[in-house]
Design a protein around this ligand. Structure first.
Ligand code: F6P
Length: 357
């Protein structure tokens, strides 16, 4: 009897349930009655506390179109994993014990960057681990695409489309804040898809002057509205020169998220009425897009194949359009930000989109 654990960790996104379903269906297809699946509750918390459920085949039916995760999730910072807290719990030891207690042959972990650091640690500790790349940020090293990204992109683009119509009617500037603290993939793609005039991403520090130059030029052409798409983690030129500590202190002082500061400065400099829209977690909610359903099903089915072949210590990633195993040690701790020579950035620039630089 094969015993396989499933765990979803970190911020949720669309595509987690189709991935879980893909793994489960492919495992049942391969092993029939000789496989038993266990759902670990709320990410690494469940693994630490021994909170899990034996699952039935029927638990994996009817979840293809569902957002969120049927297993629950939580954020358990990697930097605290090796630290024994006030409760005296050695988390790594506790996770290994739960794995042993269930008698797992493999644990499949679905997560983003932080999740992969812990997954790699568990793999180095000798557990059989396979991971799947999830996040709306698409910032995971070792895969060309993470599931969740295209679903969130649809939401973010829809937000920009809706702002466009009202911005046009009123002749207003709109600053729309798109998720992504460290990488600008979602803002870049939503900005291009929604026809934003300015796109501000963490990888390219911006100057307010460059943004207002765009607005002034548009005003001269008789275009009284503008759309500025700003990533949560966008930084100004001035901020980019600060030390990490000073930058953190400055951001801690800010009462609002970045879109509000950008809007305030634009309004002050141009005198144009400037409004803010922050779709926030709406971008992570709702049904996965068809693309994400297909991608997560493919990644899930490949994870089952790796289990069949007893290939452990891998993330299943997408390379071009091929689903491939990538060693966990090559993925953990690395961030896939948008390269400055990225073709979509070049394309956007070539059609007149400003990056505020
Ligand atoms: O990592 C995915 C993500 O949605 C980021 O885009 C965002 O910055 C962050 O999670 C929000 O985290 P939380 O759900 O913990 O507020």
């Amino acid at each position: 009897m094969k015993k396989i654990g499933l765990l979803t960790s970190g911020g949720d996104c669309q595509g987690l349930n189709p991935a879980i379903r893909g793994v489960a269906k492919a495992l049942y297809d391969s092993f029939g009655k000789d496989v038993k699946l266990y759902g670990i509750r709320d990410g690494y918390r469940g693994l630490i506390e021994g909170d899990y459920d034996a699952m039935k085949k029927s638990d994996f039916s009817g979840i293809l179109t569902m957002g969120g995760t049927i297993l629950g999730t939580s954020r358990q910072p990697f930097k605290e994993m090796n630290v024994v807290g006030d409760d005296g719990v050695d988390k790594v030891k506790a996770m290994k014990e739960t794995y042993k207690d269930i008698g797992l042959d493999c644990l499949i972990i679905l997560g983003g960057n932080g999740t992969h650091k812990t997954a790699n640690l568990l793999s180095e500790e000798g557990l059989n681990i396979i991971t799947l790349p999830k996040t709306i940020d698409n910032d995971l090293w070792g895969t060309d695409m993470t599931f969740g990204f295209y679903s969130a992109l649809e939401v973010a683009t829809d937000v920009i489309d809706r702002l466009h119509t009202t911005a046009t009617s009123h002749g207003r500037i709109f600053v729309v804040e798109i998720m992504g603290h460290k990488a600008g993939w979602l803002t870049l793609y939503a900005g291009v898809a929604g026809g934003a005039d300015v796109v501000l991403i963490p990888e390219i520090p911006y100057s307010i002057k460059k943004i207002t130059d765009v607005i002034d030029a548009r005003t001269k052409e008789g275009k009284l509205f503008s759309i500025i798409a700003v990533a949560e983690g966008a930084v100004s030129l001035e901020e980019s020169k600060l030390s990490k500590k000073d930058f953190k202190a400055r951001r801690a002082e800010m009462k609002h998220s970045i879109a509000y500061s950008v809007a305030e400065e634009i309004e002050k400099a141009t005198g144009h009425e400037t409004r803010v829209a922050v779709p926030g977690h709406i971008q992570r909610g709702g049904s996965p897009s068809p693309y994400d359903r297909v991608l997560s099903t493919r990644l899930g089915a490949k994870a089952a194949e790796l289990i069949r072949n007893e290939q452990f210590g891998y993330m299943v990633g997408l390379s071009g359009n091929e689903v491939v195993p990538v060693p966990l040690s090559q993925v953990a701790g690395k961030l896939k930000t948008v390269p400055l020579n990225n073709e979509v950035i070049q394309c956007a620039r070539s059609i007149g989109v400003s990056f505020g630089d």
